[in-house]
Design a protein around this ligand. Sequence first.
Ligand code: PMP
Ligand code: GLN
Length: 394
Amino acid sequence: MTTMTTTENRPPLNRRLAEFGTTIFAEMSALAARTGSINLGQGFPDTDGPEEVREAAVRALRDGRGNQYPPGPGVPELRTAVADHQAHHYDLRFDPDTEVLVTTGATEAIAASLLALLEPGDEVIALEPYYDSYAACIAMAGGRRIPVTLRPRDGAYRLDLDELRDAVTDRTRLILLNTPHNPTGTVLTRDELAAIAALAVERDLLVITDEVYEHLVFEGEHVPIATFPGMRERTVTIGSAGKTYAFTGWKVGWVTAAPELVTAVRSAKQFLTYVSAGPFQYAIAEALRLPDSYYDGLRATLRAGRDLLTAGLADAGFTVYRPAGTYFVTTDIRGLGESDGFAFCRALPERCGVVAIPNAVFYDHREEGAPFVRFAFCKRPEVLQEAVSRLRRL
Ligand code: PMP
Ligand code: GLN
């Protein structure tokens, strides 16, 4: 009889990954499916992106473009479209041949960047609560994560710049940023980003910046940190078609950075996936050429979703931290007489047929995250309406 262990006392999963288990998104989506609940947990839209982009993928498949291994850095059409997008929206100029890399979603971009840029023992400063793959990828790279915690202040989560400065040591290799920020919905301001940029230059740090929600900003503005003085050469910027064009299943992401950084990230990427799926790259190249009105429409739809859900949650007794960006809202459940987000989220399907995510999973300081719960609003209005009426029963 075979066993799952290689030796009596040694489990198959190595120590670096043992603490991570199954991602909360898989756990909660399975719970939603099992209980027939409305899934406001995992962030994916319940309406696909633009029809013409879908058709572009079909055309590419039929025409045999990308059905065999595409080039390692990505198809030239997509690399050029990514470079043009950065120039059009942010006046950032990148050479499509040496400064753009296509990845299998932002997830691979994060993994490849950390695997490429970290030596074992290097410290990585990440904003806590942090997206779950950051912790796992830092661990896989043998790095040490140093969380700097965003805390609620005046109705929104804010970064304490002094705490960030104090977190930098001689072993700090990079700052891992995420703005607009999942799960809090915080959009870092121009002043905050200028201060982070100045710190990175002063302490000679690299920055990996996860900007997958760049077009989902309702208040304020999205400013890429690569636009600040001294940052272009030390920043790896990550984008994703999943969020911007509502095709999360296609897993098309990208990196823009200086040539040496792109070369480094590509060195890791080539041994993770070698290349990314071909036909979708051609379709996303077309998506990146959509007029600005597309982004206005996307924002307007999501703003309406945000307003509907946040009002409903407040009505139901949650304390709501109104997100300035992303398609997530973080709430505090203490107003409902609850304090354990995990227990609350595990019981919620049974209690009212809704699924949410306990923010504690995004914390090293679990107790700091305990009473917070995240809901996604990238769903049709009638779905959000139904979720709200169910939550009012709490
Ligand atoms: N970063 C953040 C902050 C996210 O929320 C997500 C969403 N899944 C990702 C990265 C991963 O993006 P992708 O689906 O393109 O891999
Ligand atoms: N980014 C989405 C979220 O935060 C989906 C994540 C995932 O399934 N890996 O919910």
